[in-house]
Design a protein around this ligand. Structure first.
Ligand SMILES: Cc1ncc(COP(=O)(O)O)c(C=O)c1O
Length: 337
């Protein structure tokens, strides 16, 4: 488990003075742990542009009931105005919005000498995108998302400023045992050496170590990022000469290379009512499943109807190339019925 921590820190380029822990309940557990232990000290700017980001807004408003919250939202396919963010407040955002295929282009909009803490749900970005760690204070991810490991635990990386907050500040609400990162004004050092709060799955640990070994064997983060970029480029070429689809994220600067979301452009489709559109996509994805070509590539249930293709570093570009003619085939078959 210490090797998971050390190898993750090395492969992802997490600064040496950041603490990294394995925590319960996947990315959701890790992100809620960060919010429950550190929020409430000051006002919050929270950004949301798809369903996972909106989930954190619900936590802040309805569960933690924090009053001083500025919500910055955008529709699916777009980003909120990042220049409005005030880094003297705590900031909450998702690096890559998995259900809309929209990512932040960089972290230049966050002040280097900020007073607030920056909480970043990075689960569908890490191992496939460059992340500016110095601008982030509490970062979370999971083992299954970008390395395709067995789902179980979450990972939490904390900057020295986040550790300082944990040791200085006690939130006004009760903290369940599985969220407790600090005891008597000190973070629990064991947690950052591979101990866990409750019983871990060692099968999942071994599986993740295998994923990390594979990441190392292909050349580490640089190779993972270029593999993901190549997958997006391949889809980009196809979308450019395919008239029935477009990217949900119109601006290439904010387009995800991991959760690549496609909208259907064909007027025959866009003229249908939403329930019929759902039916058409279901018909198409069922055809692809029957042919054992692609699974689970319909858009996420809360997102606009369309397709979503995983393009992270574990995916070979040759597999995306093989998929594309099948998408045209499934579309033609669906239009004809
Ligand atoms: C951005 C984002 N946040 C949170 C989650 C939930 O992750 P988990 O199931 O690991 O808790 C996901 C899952 O896909 C995600 O993409």
């Amino acid at each position: 488990m210490k090797k998971v921590i050390d190898d993750s820190q090395r492969i992802l380029g997490i600064p040496e003075d950041y603490l990294v822990a394995i925590v319960p309940a996947s990315d959701t557990g890790a992100f809620e742990m960060a919010m429950w232990t550190m929020l409430g000290e000051r006002g919050i700017d929270v950004l949301a542009w798809e369903s996972f980001g909106s989930g954190w807004v619900t936590d802040i408003n309805e569960q933690l009931k924090i009053d001083d919250v500025r919500l910055m939202e955008a529709a699916y396919g777009e980003l909120p105005d990042l220049s409005q963010v005030d880094s003297s407040r705590d900031v909450i955002f998702t690096w890559n919005g998995t259900t809309s295929g929209v990512r932040v282009p960089d972290a230049n909009w966050i002040d280097a000498d900020r007073e607030g803490l920056v909480f970043c749900d990075a689960t569908s970005a890490l191992f496939a995108m460059d992340v500016d760690w110095q601008k982030l204070d509490a970062v979370t991810w999971s083992w299954q998302k970008a390395l395709g490991g067995e789902a179980a635990h979450g990972m939490l990386a904390l900057s020295p400023r986040a550790v300082e907050r944990l040791e200085r500040y006690t939130p006004p609400w009760p903290l369940p045992k599985i969220f407790r990162l600090a005891k008597s004004g000190k973070v629990s050092p064991d947690l950052f050496e591979g101990s866990t709060i409750n019983t871990p799955s060692l099968l999942a640990v071994e599986d993740h170590l295998a994923g990390l070994r594979w990441a190392d064997s292909i050349g580490g983060l640089t190779t993972l990022i270029s593999r993901s970029q190549a997958n997006l480029a391949c889809l980009n070429d196809w979308v450019a000469h395919t008239d029935w689809v477009s990217f949900l994220a119109k601006d290439p600067a904010i387009r995800s290379s991991t959760s690549i979301c496609l909208a259907i452009e064909d007027p025959w489709f866009t003229d249908q009512d939403p329930a019929d559109q759902q039916g058409i996509i279901k018909q198409m994805t069922s055809l692809l499943e029957e042919q054992e070509v692609a699974y689970d590539i319909g858009s996420y249930r809360d997102a606009p109807v369309g397709l979503r293709i995983w393009g992270g570093g574990t995916v070979n570009t040759s597999d995306i190339e093989t998929l594309l003619p099948w998408l045209d085939w499934a579309w033609d078959r669906t239009c004809q019925t």
